[in-house]
Design a protein around this ligand. Structure first.
Ligand code: NAP
Length: 255
């Protein structure tokens, strides 16, 4: 009999899931997917308290368990508190989804240093803080799944998004390395790289640019947050027990 990963499944008992930026956009769809599976979701947010609390109520009304936790993931003490609070409540963390992120779309010559620092602090350093803290816990458990939300721009590059793409490409390299480091301890680490997904982040791009973008997407439309969440759900499941260090692109065929 082949031994598969020891991440908790519905058959054992409910998995404990942390979704950063889990209150809206792609993160909210991911939170809802896990809730539908009967998992317990820690919905992290930074400033979107109202959206986080509304989503918790919606999930609870559907019969699952969720709670909201404020933490600015770019701050090491906040990231540590987030992981510790979940461990204190439930004794473990089965799945961490590093979804929280920011973007800024403009030509490099118009970028200022503060924009660069903010992108690095949230998109990369935030993931570092969380992975560092959760990997200690998952190491003790000898099980766990980490899924990082990168971007197609981190794989292929995108004009007007060089610093953002640098953070998302960095996340892919970080994932590959961490996957190799943690594999001996039963911990899998993977990336999902969405293309253009219909959220507030995409709405920041001018409408004329959005239309141009839509025309070059082979499937002819923007993706839905739930279409990213489905891939995250798969990577967290026992069906993906032999996948680690990978990046799955979810882009409607956009190269
Ligand atoms: P979104 O709608 O703008 O949501 C961003 C989320 O990140 C919010 O929940 C926000 O929380 C959270 N967040 C931002 N800064 C944070 C911080 N310092 N600490 C904790 N949480 C923070 O974005 P989205 O489109 O759903 O994007 C989610 C992820 O997918 C991001 O990593 C993004 O780069 C990636 N992605 C998106 C697209 C796309 O087309 N939408 C494409 C490729 C990749 P608050 O509400 O509290 O601010």
């Amino acid at each position: 009999m082949v031994e598969r990963d020891k991440t908790q499944t519905k058959a054992d008992h409910r998995r404990i899931v942390i979704v950063t930026g889990g209150n809206r956009g792609i993160g909210a769809a991911i939170s809802c997917r896990f809730a539908t599976n009967g998992d317990i979701i820690a919905i992290n947010y930074n400033s979107g308290k109202v959206a986080a609390e509304a989503l918790v109520e919606e999930i609870k009304a559907g019969g699952a368990e969720a709670f909201a936790i404020q933490a600015n993931i770019s701050k090491s003490e906040d990231a540590k508190r987030l992981i510790n609070e979940v461990v204190e409540r439930y004794g473990r963390v089965d799945i961490l989804v590093n979804n929280a992120g920011i973007s800024k779309s403009t030509m490099l010559m118009l970028y200022n240093e503060a924009d660069w620092d903010a992108l690095i602090d949230i998109n990369l350093k935030g993931v570092f803080h969380l992975c560092k803290n959760v990997s200690r816990q998952m190491f003790d458990q000898k099980s766990g799944v980490i899924i990082n939300i990168s971007s197609l721009s981190g794989v292929t590059g995108l004009a007007g998004e060089a610093p953002y793409s640098a953070t998302k490409g960095g996340l892919i390299a970080f994932t590959r390395s961490l996957a190799k480091e943690l594999a001996p301890f039963g911990i899998r680490v993977n990336c999902v790289a969405p293309g253009a997904i219909d959220t507030a982040m995409l709405a920041e791009i001018p409408e004329s640019e959005q239309e141009k973008l839509k025309k070059i997407i082979p499937l002819g439309r923007f993706g839905l947050p739930d279409e990213v969440a489905g891939v995250v759900e798969f990577l967290a499941s026992p069906a993906a027990s032999y996948i680690t260090g990978e990046t799955i692109v979810v882009s409607g065929g956009l190269p």
